[in-house]
Ligand binder design. Structure first.
Ligand code: CP
Ligand code: NVA
Length: 315
């Protein structure tokens, strides 16, 4: 497919999960993100969304997602509206489908951060403008697009790479499995017993990997996952919405901290990734998070550029 064909395929699409995109489409978005980053850094304006509006619905907290989408829309010449659930009629019982239909009459795109993944699917089914998933209990595709961009930027390619994810079998684990499987990056996930990833998402990733040749596996042994990894990734032990399990999770995840003892099994020049926010002393030791292998703030910055590529292409 030519870049023009990819561009026209992406226009008007929803961005709900990475599995809905081909390797070519994700590479197109990453290339565009790198170009927009370069332009932004030299002060070249790119008002591709002049006069357009993005509605941003937040049912969970956010620092990076909110600020990067709002700033991104501004840099593209458009405008973003922050809508917290408590301030929307949705918080008082208006249906998701009515909300989607009404917002579609005003705005050019809707970003939503919410709980069940079904909510973003229902919003998309009833919206005439693109829906962007800003995190659900199952997926965090915007984060992993930015992470894939960071891998290209830091290492030059996806070839012969292994990513090890250590921690909870959560939304980040799911999106990393699928994103790596599509791009051809080997992905090993190490989780404690009873905190495994969803079986259907592991199966989906393994299916995608058949085409790319990526090796996808899950284990309960962090050392097995991290051995010879190029990228060591972790995330919080207690995701948003699971706060009532914090104490039992602290117990269950004790052996899954990314620290010097664990990373000695990774490749010497490994990179440390974390989607942030981080809890030093829990899922990662402070010396790793703040150490020379860590690229966490580059990942955070790349949210801005990757999402600008998504917004430009979809809207
Ligand atoms: N990584 C991420 O999505 O951060 P926020 O929760 O701050 O948006
Ligand atoms: N797994 C975390 C990611 C936060 C960006 C959560 O869902 O809270």
């Amino acid at each position: 497919m030519t870049p023009e064909e990819i561009k026209s395929n992406l226009k008007g699409k929803h961005f709900l999960k990475l599995a809905d995109f081909t390797k070519e489409e994700l590479l197109f978005l990453i290339d565009l993100a790198l170009k927009l980053k370069k332009e932004q850094n030299v002060g070249k304006t790119h008002r591709h969304l002049d006069g357009k509006t993005l509605a941003m619905i937040f049912e969970k907290s956010s620092t990076r997602t909110r600020v990067s989408f709002e700033t991104g829309m501004y840099q593209l010449g458009g405008h973003a509206l922050f809508l917290s659930k408590d301030e929307l009629q949705m918080g008082r019982g208006e249906t998701i489908s009515d909300t989607a239909k009404v917002l579609s009459r005003y705005v050019d795109g809707i970003m939503i951060r919410t709980f069940a993944h079904d909510i973003v699917e229902e919003l998309a089914d009833n919206s005439s403008v693109p829906i962007i998933n800003g995190l659900t209990d199952d997926y965090h595709p915007c984060q992993v697009l930015a992470d894939l961009m960071t891998i290209v930027e830091k290492t030059g390619s996806f070839k012969e790479k292994k990513l090890a994810y250590v921690g909870d079998g959560n939304n980040m684990a799911h999106s990393l499995l699928v994103g790596c499987a599509i791009m051809g990056i080997d992905c090993s996930v190490a989780v404690p017993k009873n905190y495994e990833v969803k079986q259907e998402i592991l199966t989906l990733a393994k299916d995608k990997a058949k085409e790319s040749g990526a090796v996808i596996m899950q284990t309960n042994d962090p050392i097995e996952a991290v051995t010879r990894a190029d990228i060591v990734y972790t995330d919080v032990w207690t995701s948003m919405g699971f706060e009532n399990e914090t104490e039992e999770r602290l117990q269950a995840f004790g052996d899954f901290q990314v620290n010097q003892n664990l990373v000695k099994h990774a490749n010497e020049d490994y990179l440390f990734f974390h989607c942030l926010p981080a809890h030093r002393g829990e899922e990662v030791s402070a010396d790793i998070l703040d150490g020379p292998h860590s690229v966490v703030f580059d990942q955070a910055e790349n949210r801005l550029h990757a999402q600008k590529a998504v917004l430009t292409s979809l809207l």
